[in-house]
Write a protein that binds this ligand. Structure first.
Ligand code: ZN
Length: 93
């Protein structure tokens, strides 16, 4: 499947600004600090359901930075199933 380069968009979460970056590596959340800008990186080369879980996962790191990683994984899996079952998908642009 061909992937077009996606435009970077920004989102404000809990009062902090994050750029959403689409990349071909792992997902990661970089919280904004004095030396860093907020970034949520999403690997778009995996299946669509995995992308949905990654968005939830990295979003949880942004809004619940003290949450245990095991809990983040549990929630991305369960909420990913819910949103997928409810029909949530990315809009193709
Ligand atoms: Zn994580």
């Amino acid at each position: 499947m061909a992937h077009k380069k996606k435009k970077t968009v920004k989102v404000k979460l809990c009062g902090e600004t994050y750029s959403i970056l689409w990349q071909q590596l792992y997902g990661v959340c970089i919280r904004p600090g004095e030396q860093t800008r907020g970034e949520i990186c999403i690997n778009y080369t995996v299946p669509e359901k995995e992308i949905l879980k990654t968005v939830i996962h990295e979003g949880l790191h942004a809004v619940c930075p003290k949450m245990k990683h095991s809990e983040v994984y549990r929630l991305d899996k369960e909420l990913g199933k819910l949103l997928w079952a409810a029909g949530y998908r990315r809009v193709k642009k």
